[in-house]
Design a protein around this ligand. Sequence first.
Ligand SMILES: *Cc1c(COP(=O)(O)O)cnc(C)c1O
Length: 463
Amino acid sequence: MHYLSTRGGIAPIGFADAVMMGLATDGGLLVPAEIPQLDAATLRAWSGLSFQDLALEVLTPFVGDEIPRADLRALIDRSYATFTHPEVTPVIKTGGQRILELFHGPTAAFKDVALQLLGNLFAYLLARDGSQLNIVGATSGDTGSAAIYGVRGKERIQIFILHPKGRVSPIQERQMTTVLDANVHNIAVQGTFDDAQRVVKSLFNDLPFKSAYRLGAVNSINWARILAQTVYYFYAWGRVSGGDPAQPVSFSVPTGNFGDVFAGYLARRMGLPIERLVIATNRNDILTRFVKTGVYAIEDRVHQTLSPAMDIQLASNFERYLYHLHDGDTAQVRALLGDLQDTGRLSVDPARHAQVQADFSAAAVSDPETLDQIRATFASSGYILCPHTAVGVRAAQDLPGCVCLATAHPAKFGEAVREAIGQEAPPPPSLLGLLEKESRCVELDATPEAIKGHLQSVLEVPT
Ligand SMILES: *Cc1c(COP(=O)(O)O)cnc(C)c1O
C-alpha cells in the first residue's frame, strides 16, 4: 500500500514512512492510495474475531508487506495487553442505546486505543532502522497522558510533554507526572495551553533544530492512529449485528479533531454496513454547521465546555475527508484550504453538500443538554456517562439501537458528573491513588529558548 498527501505534494511512500512522517512534508495529511474493499463473506468471517485478531486483519492491507505478519501480531498483542477488559472495547447495552466502551486502557480514555499501538509501532520501526525519536507535544489534558503511556519505557524514544501549569485537572496532571520512566519528561509551563502549543510549534518550525534533535509528534493526524480506531467499528458491528452483512448499525461519535469519526467513515468506505454516522459536537460546532450548510466557517473563539477534549476550533483530520469528498482531486483540496486560510471559511458545491449529508448526520449538544443526558441515562439505567460520551448519546437520541462511542471513563470528569447526578463515578484501578504517588515534573518558562535549553541538557546533543 502506498500513501499520498491530501495536497498532492509528495511522491508515494510506504506504511512505515507514513507512520514516521506524521504530517506530510507538504503540510497535507497522508492518505492511502486506495481503500481496501471487503466483501460480505469477509465481513461475516471477521465478525467472530477477538479484538486483537480483528486488528491484525484490518491493519494488514494497509501495512502491506512492510511488517511481517508475526511481528504485526506481536505488536498488536503487546498494545492491547495493557487494557483491563478482556474484550478490549466491549459493547454494553443500556436502556435504548448501546455504549462502545473505549476507556479500558491505561489512561481511561479512548486515545489509548491508538497511542498504545503507535508507541509500539514507533519502537519497532526505530529499532529496525537503528534510529532515535524525540517526541515533543503540548497537551490541554487527555492527549499528553495517553502519549506518555504509549511510549513509557521504550528504547530509542524520549517524550517531552508541556502542559499549562495549574490549568489541567489534578487527575490529568497526576496521570502524566507520576510516570517515572527515565524517557518521560513532563514540563509545566507558565501560561495557557495556547502558549505551550505556540512554543512547540516554534520548535518544529526551526528545521535545523528539528532535524538535529530528531523531533517528532504524536498528534491526532498520524495515519496509524486512524487505523487503530477503525478496528473498533468493525468489532462493535460484529457484536451487534451477529455478523449478518444485511444488518447495518449506526454510530454516534463525540468529535473534536474529526479523527475518530473519520475512522468510522473509513470503515464504511471499506464496506462495513454503517447506517448513520453521527458527528456529535458540543458548542464548538464547526463540523455540525458544515454538515447542515456545506460551509466550514471558523468562529471568533473557542468556547469552554463540560467536554473539554472537544473544545476545538479547527478539526485537524477534516482535510482527509475533503480529499475523499473531492475524489482525490488535490488541486481542489488546495483551493478550498486557500479559501479557509484567506477568508476563514470554505464551502462545497451543492452536489458535494448532498454527499456530505449522505455520509454524516450531525448535532451540536449544549452543556445543559449534556448534564441532562448524564442525569437521564443514570436515572433510567444506573449507567454513568462521561460528558463527552453524553454529547454522543444525546446526539443519537432519535436513533434507537445506535452504538454510542464512550470516549472516556466518567471518573476522569468528576465535577461534571457530580453536577449532573450529585455523585462521582467510582474510579477504575488506573486512576486510584494518583494523588499519593511520587511525581516528577520541571517548571519552565513558555519560551522556545527555555524549552530548547532543556531538551539540549537532557539529550546532550552537541550544539
Ligand atoms: C480526544 C477526545 C475526543 C475527540 O476525539 P477526536 O478524534 O479529536 O474527534 C472525544 N472525547 C475524549 C474523551 C477525548 O479525549
